[in-house]
Design a protein around this ligand. Sequence first.
Ligand code: ADP
Length: 695
Amino acid sequence: MENVNNPGSGPILSNPDNTAMVLLIDDQIMVGQAVRRLLADLPDVDFHYCPNPIDAINAANQIRPTVILQDLVMPEIDGLDLLQLFRSNAATAETPIIVLSTKEDPLIKSQAFAAGANDYLVKLPDKVELIARIRYHSRSYLNQIQRDEAHRALRESQRQLVATNTALISVNQKLEEATRAKAEFLANMSHEIRTPMNGVIGMTTLLLDTELTDEQRDFVETIRGCGDSLLTIINDILDFSKIESGKLELEEHPFDLRTCIEESMELLAPKAAEKVLDLAYEIDEEVPVTLVGDVTRLRQILVNLIGNAVKFTSQGEVVVTAGMAGDAEHRMVQFSVRDSGIGIPKDKWDRLFKSFSQVDASTTRQFGGTGLGLAISNRLAEFMGSRVWFESEVGKGSTFYFAIKSTPFPDTSSLPWNEVHSNLARKRVLVAEDNQTNQRILTHWMGKFGMHPEAVGTTHEAMALLQSGRAFDALILDLQMPDTDGFGTAESIHRLPGGLSLPILLLTSTHIRAGDPRAATSGISASVYKPIRPKQLLDALSQSIDRRKIIRKGPTDSVFDSSLASRLPLKILIADDSRVNQMVATKYLEKLGYRSEVASDGLEVIQALDRQPLDIIFLDVQMPDMDGYGAARHIRQRWSDDVRPYMIAMTGNAMQGDKEKCLAAGMDDYISKPVRINDIRTTLEHWGPKRRRPA
Ligand code: ADP
């Protein structure tokens, strides 16, 4: 055997340069040499010769020919037998075999083809024909191999795909189970935490309304504050997981933008007042009064940003603005929350929106917080069409911005402050306020009311003006000015000649309790609360200039309004299995002037209804024996709509969908624990007038 080197014994691989590997088996050396000559100098033909047919299979297994040339008549072995050997040998089963015969004999030819030959030539063939046939068979064989390989690869990747798919499906199932378990866990935790929190917050609220020494009040207020922050953390975490799992759905309802901003600031007014910060807001006139969107989520972003601003500012102001932004097609309402606080160092900017991340770990100890607020606000802002961004300078303060898609709601009602009021027109008002923003806001609004305001920045200037004999119809005096105490100033002004007849409006961040002796002795005629609300300013000015010397009693002067029950007498039942929560609700209702009954589970609710008609039931959801859902369904079945009481869910289940579940069970409304007395009042004011039982 000559020219058989070892090209490897691996699987047949496609031959990239399409070289024809030719193996000739012929016992006549002369034939071997002749064919070698015929094929010499062909760059695409690699010739191998095996003179001994006994070695043929071995040689083929090593060389892996793409074409076999084979003699038919050899002394050692019958050519037809060799053909069959090639066919039954794995490496050559498909290799094209050209039989070289001595004569053109149809019988031999057909035997050769039957034994597995692919072609038949008579020795010695013409050079051109031989080369052409070698090339043809070699190429089609190589193509065949390539196709087979491609098929194999395809089948393999199909198999892998199926396997991966199956794996994915099972991972997905596990993930779904895990997500469900997580959601369930969160819902349970939320419920478990909210239920006792209802007791903590409710009881401290009630305690605060009793006679307490200053020290005791301080302690109780601290407990109350801790309860509130704990609740914020729980809400943040719930929200965060809701947003992360994509379960957040935005509402689309018309709402009043001014009220939304006012309510958000109202929440933080006590904290701002404690730190003597000025709170203010300004809304550009081009901003629609009524927008359509998710007011709860908007309020949440505002409360977060205002909360941070108040938290990280020790003196100065926190100002909220709203204006229009975007192009004609994408009108947006852009908000900013500006503070004069500590600012944020540039190298910490990138960490701000990361969940659970705070600018520096020591702030956690100093200011508290979970580091979730901005991450949540940012995601909410994204849901509403933008994101949160900011500017900040260390030591000077920060401004946080976001925008929401503006869908104005056609609203034709004219606003009371857009009309000139006859009793206020051309009245001169002196404003003594050091904060520039509030000065600007006050003068702006009084201008709108048709008045003539004049602003000064210190009490000294105010006193000087008044002493100079200039006549004013009213004075707006900031309670927290750096140079003096507002009550003292008011008293001094009253002692000026003619001072007694000058109505003084006190501008303050804290709500002055009705009957505060300082207000009485210093002769304040009304209070204007920061942030300045046009409606409230208008009312306060009208009242004072009309000489009705009363301290304006705002809705939050006292949370307890025992006159509600006389205006709106109702028969109320509280159903809750927790004794503490029964007590909280009973006491809250007592503060509003109501005597209520209690039930500890659904069955007791039904028994109570059997005894007497009721107007409203506050219904806890999770109770033993018959739960809230069961009770609601039962009541819907037993009593017709025109006699049954309204059912208000009062529950620690505050996850997405919990409200819907309550409504689906037949309840009319939903408030979540911890319950605030204001929630109860609002609910009673909403459902009370619709009661079916004649009063
Ligand atoms: P936290 O619950 O800690 O307030 P946030 O996500 O709301 O979480 O804020 C993250 C961090 O960003 C805060 O801990 C604070 O370091 C910084 N930060 C946010 N707002 C302000 C601001 N108005 N002034 C200064 N630092 C701020």
